[in-house]
Write a protein that binds this ligand. Structure first.
Ligand code: FAD
Length: 383
């Protein structure tokens, strides 16, 4: 990202150094489908577990712009850690915003230190894009709630210590969806096997099963029956972070493609000298620049809205950035594979991994068709 302050640049240099020295050792099958705890700890050691947590609880309290720049930088090396850290940051940010003083004091210092890893559990087998159709039940009982139902595709499931779980609630005051902070050692909570997936190998997903799991009343986050608002407010910032991740992946792919074109010769000249390939590079560059600008605008909008600056449509700008940047990453990584020829299809050259990771980004935090539904609704309503 551009136009950054000297403080932000120092943070990014630290992140870049850490990624360059640490990430390589986890790119082996031994760590796939796990959250390598030492990796999370090394990210936490430079403050990245506390990105969205106020300083008074030990966090970095970064602006949306700083946080997006951090995720772009991490994703230039590997998007997987950026995904589980961004989910952790989303949950931490929601606790900072909606938590009671007791919840903040109890949970935020450990989240900021990285001794607690958080996960976000909204999706269910029957409720993905239509998340509001979720079926998991939270029954009010003396002293708390009983949770019953299941969640699927939950990032960090089985490795997280704390799950933010959304469930359907009903009591004498009304009904709706409520948000609950559920410790991983809750009796009645079990975790499925990690899914075998297409990419993002260091960001596992699995199902959660709740069988009459009791959680005390102080686990409720925000007001009863108002949990969907909590989820939606997390997703706006989350979408900007996914856009930033996409830009990091796309930048890596473009760098790999340029390096290859400078080194590889065919028909007696370097690939970089073929105009057909030069034009592909020009198009990749333009798309990436546009995606980064949209992402920066959306991050700026979030910061401005937080500072109470006018009526800013954060929903529109975050969906626009997410949709455009992740579609762009898919296009740039696909072109990078093509520019590498046979090498593009070989794991050692990394481009194919970036293509698989980009596909994930088009689906998570609201698939891109859903982003287009949101964008069109906002624009047609009179932006
Ligand atoms: C790697 C990974 C990590 C994830 N991490 C988490 C997590 O941490 N927490 C969590 O809660 N969830 C997580 N998810 C789930 C993710 O949010 C959902 O997969 C996503 O929202 C899509 O839901 P779905 O899979 O049920 O697809 P569906 O909703 O069944 O959609 C299938 C297709 O139909 C399209 N579609 C749906 N509705 C419409 C419509 N109205 N108009 C046009 N097209 C439509 C979709 O865009 C998609 O292309 C993760 C998923 C993956 C793959």
């Amino acid at each position: 990202m551009d136009n950054l302050t000297s403080e932000q640049l120092i943070i990014l240099e630290t992140v870049e150094r850490l990624c360059a020295s640490e990430f390589g050792k986890y790119q082996t099958e031994q760590y796939y489908n796990t959250v390598p705890r030492p990796l999370f700890e090394s990210l936490a050691a430079v403050g990245l577990a506390g990105l969205s947590i106020p300083e008074e609880y030990g966090g970095l309290e970064g602006s949306a712009t700083t946080i997006a720049a951090v995720f772009e930088t991490i994703s230039r090396f590997d998007v997987s850690p950026a995904i589980f850290v961004s989910v952790h940051a989303m949950v931490s940010g929601l606790i900072s915003r909606f938590g009671t003083p007791d919840q903040k004091t109890r949970l935020l210092p450990a989240l900021a230190a990285g001794t607690t890893l958080a996960a976000f559990a909204l999706t269910e087998p029957q409720a993905g894009s239509d998340a509001q159709a979720l079926r998991m039940e939270a029954t009010s009982v003396d002293g708390g709630f009983i949770l019953k139902g299941s969640k699927c595709y939950i990032t960090s499931a089985g490795f997280a210590d704390l799950y933010l779980v959304f469930a359907r609630s009903k009591d004498a005051t009304g009904s709706g969806i409520s948000a609950f902070l559920v410790p991983s050692d809750t009796a009645g909570l079990s975790i499925g096997k990690p899914e075998r997936k297409m990419g993002a190998e260091l960001s596992p997903i699995a199902s959660l099963f709740f069988e009459d799991a009791f959680i005390p009343a102080n686990c409720l986050l925000g007001s009863i029956h108002q949990g969907f608002k909590v989820a939606l407010s997390g997703l706006a910032g989350g979408r900007v972070n996914i856009a930033a991740c996409a830009n990091g992946v796309a930048r890596n792919a473009l760098d790999i493609a340029i390096k290859h074109l400078r080194e590889r010769s065919q028909f007696g000249k370097l690939l970089r000298d073929f105009q057909g390939l030069q034009f592909m590079i020009a198009d990749m560059y333009q798309k990436l620049e546009a995606a980064r600008l949209l992402t920066m605008k959306a991050a700026n909008d979030i910061d401005a809205a937080k500072n109470g600056e006018g009526s800013i449509n954060v929903k529109l700008s975050s969906s626009t950035a997410k949709c455009f940047a992740t579609d762009t990453a898919m296009s740039i990584t696909t072109d990078a594979v093509q520019l590498l020829g046979g090498a593009g299809y070989i794991k050692e050259y990394v481009a194919e991994r970036l293509m698989r990771d980009a596909k994930m980004l088009q689906i998570v935090e609201g698939a891109n068709q859903v982003q287009r539904v949101i964008i069109s609704q906002e624009v047609l309503a009179g932006w």
